[in-house]
Design a protein around this ligand. Sequence first.
Ligand code: SF4
Ligand code: SF4
Length: 165
Amino acid sequence: MRKLLKILVDKRIIILSLLGVSLYIAISQFHISLWYVLLAGVLLGVVFGKVFCRWVCPMGLIMEMLMSLSPDGKIRQMYQYHKLGCPIAWISGWLNRYSLFKIKLNTDSCKNCGICDKKCYIVAMEPQKFSLYKPSQIRPGDSYTCSKCLQCVAACPNGSLTYKI
Ligand code: SF4
Ligand code: SF4
């Protein structure tokens, strides 16, 4: 299961490109109501948290392409823009706290190596506030901003971070 998750995380941009372009074509060709897209994003949010933005959304794909061109200081602004601009991001971000699938830490096996934190853009933005493993800090996976890139889970060398029900 861990292997599969690593493959998916490695190929996330390809998956996002395929799903994002397919969704865009479906919306424009078959005139799918955006209410259905919103409903789908929310249902995904109930099960997986805020996965829509980074795994499915055509706009998310464009944002990522822009972010890859941007120097570090702009990344935060981009994300703020993204979450301000989209009701799927608002609702599924809020659902991060209540979704069935969650990022969990096994404190017994964690070696405090910090690799996970280095992969997380939320920790990079606010390192004093968030951490995936430091007990005194807030877990970014439950925060509104976590878009379930799952880089943290894939990078943990001993499986102390998991993403499951
Ligand atoms: S999935 Fe992990 S690395 Fe990605 S934003 Fe959420 S907490 Fe950070
Ligand atoms: S990468 Fe894994 S072992 Fe290292 S601090 Fe994070 S959870 Fe702990």
